[in-house]
Design a binder for this molecule. Sequence first.
Ligand code: PHB
Length: 390
Amino acid sequence: MKTLRTAALLAAALAATLTAPVAQAQATGKLKVGLMLPYTGTYAALGAAIENGFRLYVDEQGGKLGGREIEFVKVDDESDPAKATDNVNKLVKRDNVDVLVGTVHSGVAMAMAKVAKETGTLLLVPNAGADAVTGPMCAPNIFRSSFSNWQPGYAMGEVAAKKGHKKVVTITWKYAAGDESVRGFKDAFEKAGGQVVKELSLPFPNVEFQALLTEIAATKPDAVYTFFAGGGAVKFVKDYAAAGLKKNIPLYGAGFLTDGTLEAQGADADGLLTTLHYADSLNTPRDNAFRLAYAKAYKLQPDVYAVQGYDAAQMLGVGLAATKGDAGRKAEFAAALEKAKIDSPRGMFSISKAHNPVQDFYLRQVGSKENKVVGVAAKALADPARGCRM
Ligand code: PHB
């Protein structure tokens, strides 16, 4: 009898020891970050800015996040969805990265999200807005430091309606980013009584806009809404002005239209109104410090892409601080980010349950080669996260 009771007590004690929280050890060695970004093509400058921003934050932390030295491996994804699965597998299977960071193009990001979901690799998306990444593809190990394509479009739809426009033509590249940006615009604009009368598009990354501009001239809408970015945005803004449309039909865009592009667009961009989660004249102590540090490090002015890269590194830092440098402790990593406030140059933002930023969208106007803040178009705007079950 006595021995039985002793045995039971021993078993209970053993069970208690086994289930007691064990203080986790600090992970050591270098943390391998796989940067998958476009270093060539129409989005090349965007990829460079993201990497610069990411490295700036890591450098500010003395080269370490969560107690671990950061090591980079890089792949040029060329913004080519057809090569995306091979490219991401190089990083995950060949290079064994701890974390994937990328990318700019929504179609490429979808392939990254699929591999991240299948392998459980941590993925931080520093630009691509594909709604699905924080929608149907959402996962505990997938995060975005940027926006969903729907967000800036929605903010501009409200602005255009408030300006009294009734009939709008949209023009964009035919892929997820363009389609979803237009959908966001339409959601807000049509809710407010406006109408999108024509949706024009051309394949990514084509820049033969002439026939479409002729069609806009013939349709005579009250205004035009557009999503273009990078090299394509430079050409579109110049062609819109050259076609004589700028003085007659107001052109509105998701802010990528004029971000990182103003040097090349020159006077053709003057006066353009766009919506985005960043601007050049925020004039907050946080942004001023960031802009100064960025300019000093790279002899360049930062743009929204640099901010998103910087914040992807900040988010990685938050998650790793909570997991003592172990990117594999996914539940704790996610819990830390879900309750974090990210002190971004754009302003403070939080991260939704679907892991997309909840943030303010500024209305900006181009003047003196800057995207100047006119006001806040949408405060603490959250993506609807359609289809995310987590
Ligand atoms: C995208 O493909 O999601 C994308 C690309 C460039 C941008 C914004 C979004 O500037």
